[in-house]
Unconditional design. Sequence first.
Length: 193
Amino acid sequence: MSRTTSEVDLTVLRRNLEAVLMVVDQPVSAYELARAFGTDVETVTRVLRETAREYTEQGRGFDLREVAEGWRFYTRPECAEAVEHFLRDGHEVRLTQAALETLAVVAYRQPVSRGKVSAIRGVNCDGVMRTLVLRGLIEEAGQDPESGAILYRTTSYFLERLGLRSLDELPDLAPFLPDDIEGLDDTGEQATR
């Protein structure tokens, strides 16, 4: 039995929607997804709702949810403990170079927003920041009063893992910085005066 063109198109659309939603770090609206794939919002919404229903019926460990801002994958609440155990204790994994660099920026610049960390590192750090939060090394520390961005700081677990009593015991960075650091902005570029 062969499938019709519209069935094939919906299968491809579903596959593409899953692929995109797997890599985003913020919910994505049905409108944005429809625009990206050249289809209408109603079709995208229908496919996403059907997909979410199937995941629930199959008892998957993840959930496709429609939240106020759009669609995104989430861990099912009943799996949260297993994920936390894996990320914290059950699976001792070394931090990647990107995670170490991101953690250093947070440690030395806290409280700091994800956007500021990304600007300093020169790459998007959203996924790495989420991993560091899940591992208990950083946590939310309020909002920036000017931009409304969520600010992050290191945790007591971070201090414990590094064997420090306080942040005052972090090594001085001055010997490792370029001589003309005062002339650089937060992105590492020469500031204009």
